[in-house]
Design a protein. Structure first.
Length: 366
């Protein structure tokens, strides 16, 4: 085995190592560091925090932001891209003197450390950025399918029944409609998957504080938030949470070409979502700030496998035993569907991610 290859040196083995590597690389690059710790701890009692690293002038005109890990276990890819950016990509980016770079490591550090996509409150943080409870959206399809989506048992017989119900729903209403029901977000079932929460989560408040305090008055902001788990294996998509007639969508298309797709318009691997971080960040920006926020999403396995892994993980949290044999298998599978144990996939992420960040940089500085 070779001692180091490009991919392995950037992808961390766990949250704590990823955090250490991020801070060390940021320090070596002489970045200004900041930390927003959570009250919770990681599996080895380690501190959990949203960390920031800033490079650039005190009052930048333009700012490139790269964030990772809003979906916990998806944080490996984002952490790797941030490490690659800090250790290898900076000279090539050649940011102009009036342009800053802000990296935010682990928006959901609890989920990253504990190997879950949700946070410490079983909340999908990327469904949490709305007014609670005024903006909670009803999801009657989800209510109807609740038992099938969140079974209390995973034995063969009940699985036949529950998966049969999901299949029947897809046949009657279409696979896209089922995806909407399952993943757009729900605010009625705290123990179910895709729960958007009932109040602002701590990481939500921390991220909005960062948006208020760390953007340093920049009048143009381009923000790339890194995700994994949707789309063809290793292939990136730049998901726009703007409709196609929005100027930010037009910018993303101009910079990233066909890879930029609007979830709202139905052209993305993702359906339209409620309570996304884009809306929370925008609310903190001054009215005259031009912001372009996107999710860089990297595909892994087929959506059915990914969904079943999330569903089993939620079952484990509420009905299973974390340390059992079955528990370990479920946790391994969740990790695999969001961070495949495959060097070729990692190489594709580093290459595709570097390209997206270069395009974002060019768009910002054009
Ligand atoms: Zn995600």
């Amino acid at each position: 085995m070779s001692q180091s290859n490009g991919a392995d040196e950037h992808f961390p083995p766990d949250y704590a190592s990823g955090r250490r590597a991020f801070l060390a690389a940021a320090e070596a690059a002489r970045a200004v560091l900041g930390a927003h710790p959570l009250a919770e701890r990681g599996p080895d009692e380690e501190e959990l925090a949203l960390d920031t690293a800033y490079l650039g002038p005190e009052a930048p005109a333009r700012l490139l932001v790269v964030s990772s890990g809003i979906h916990g276990v998806e944080g490996y890819a984002g952490s790797a891209l941030q490490h690659q950016l800090l250790t290898q990509q900076l000279p090539g980016l050649a940011l102009p003197v009036d342009t800053g770079l802000l990296l935010i490591h682990a928006l959901n550090p609890w989920g990253f450390a504990w190997g879950r996509r949700v946070n410490e409150g079983n909340v999908d943080l990327n469904r949490n950025f709305l007014r609670h409870p005024e903006d909670h959206v009803a999801n009657p399809g989800y209510d109807e399918l609740y038992e099938a989506v969140n079974p209390s048992r995973l034995d063969e017989e009940s699985e036949r029944l529950h998966r049969g119900r999901l299949l029947a729903y897809a046949q009657e209403h279409g696979a896209r409609r089922l995806q909407e029901v399952l993943s757009s977000g729900q605010y009625a079932h705290p123990a179910g998957v895709q729960f958007g929460g009932q109040r602002e989560e701590a990481s939500n408040r921390a991220l909005r504080a960062i948006a208020r305090e760390e953007l340093r008055g920049a009048s143009r902001v381009v923000w790339v938030d890194v995700h994994t788990g949707l789309g063809p294996y290793g292939v990136p998509e730049v998901i726009s949470e703007y409709p196609t007639d929005h100027p930010a969508y037009a910018r993303l298309r101009a910079w990233h070409g066909e890879a930029a797709r609007s979830s709202v318009a139905g052209e993305s691997v993702s359906v339209a979502l409620h309570g996304v971080m884009e809306r929370g960040v925008e609310a903190e920006l001054p009215a005259d700030c031009e912001s372009t926020i996107s999710a860089a999403e990297f595909g892994t396995y087929d959506p059915g496998r990914v969904f079943l892994a999330m569903r089993a993980d939620n079952w484990l949290r509420h009905h299973g035993e974390h340390e059992s044999e079955a528990g370990r298998e479920i946790r391994d599978e969740l990790l695999e569907v969001f961070r495949p144990d495959d060097r070729e996939w990692r190489r594709q992420i580093l290459e595709g991610g570097a390209r997206i960040l270069r395009e974002a940089r060019d768009g910002l500085c054009a």
